[in-house]
Design a protein around this ligand. Sequence first.
Ligand code: F0G
Length: 352
Amino acid sequence: MTDDRSAGIIERYRDHLPVSSTTPVVSLGEGDTPLLLSEGLSERTGARVYLKYEGLNPTGSFKDRGMTLAVSKALEAGAGAVVCASTGNTSASAAAYAARAGLVCAVLVPEGFVALGKLAQALIHGARVVEIEGNFDVALTLTKEIARSGEITLVNSVNPHRIEGQKTAAFEIVEALGGAPYLHLIPVGNAGNITAYWKGYREALEVGWSETTPAMHGFQAEGAAPIVTGKAVAEPNTIATAIRIGNPASWEGANEAVSASNGSISAVSDPEILEAYTMLASEGIFVEPASSASVAGLLKMSDAKRIPAGATVVCILTGHGLKDPERALAMAPDRMKAPAELDPIRDQLGLD
Ligand code: F0G
């Protein structure tokens, strides 16, 4: 392990990742994100609630941890291009790391359901973006077909290097807390991330960084909750577009994490997600709606008396609020207008 935190997760956790001294490292300095104590949520739930702010990765989401490794390995294997299906963040991350590596990046996204910031990122980094008339699940099926031919590497989380990279977030949590938390709460879409964290916690236990592993609790949006209902959802629907997924690729990984850790997968409604979203914003923490599913889940568990007093809880905040400016503007108070004169401005501000 290197102490150089700006070097990215491959340099930092090289001994725990499938790289050799000849693997070209494509990094944007991802990882080492803050673990913030939330006083508001701790008070409300009676637990010690920490927020892992993954929106502070280079492209604004946790995807960068997996993408640095997936793109480095693609380059090492001699690929000329990478391809992914995405609800937005994977494409933004793939586009950035592919640009850094000098690789072509192809992206399939569901038309009309990708937040503006994510689309802007993928396009400005030069990705070839195709909006399809179908949801993420359809896009992923088509993308797998595209990756079957030629020297194109699939960089969705079905690529095991993505999971390997993303597990490093669990290492960071264990390092920051001096061991694993009691509960780990996380939004679930395609279920790669819950799979990755569980792998990370288990490995941290094996190497002696922690004496325990947490109970893993995942949260899907009510209109896109196939793991909760046990049945694929043909037309998933939620304002949390990042997790608008009806047939998760890592379904088994999620089930394994939950059953081995005595955890659960539950649903949170769009109003519950948005309540958590504005609550976090009122504490100075700006996330995209899907990210606040973990906090919505925390509040629900707390109301159901499922959070033991004083327990250490980590909620994962997966993506930055700037990804989805339209949602923020829709939820926030209106702007005020005034002529450029002090009195009417004072009136508007209501500060006297
Ligand atoms: N939160 C955000 C902000 C996401 O972008 C995603 C997934 C998730 C949570 C769920 O993570 O899929 O590993 O269970 N976004 C993918 C994408 C699907 O294409 O950007 P998961």
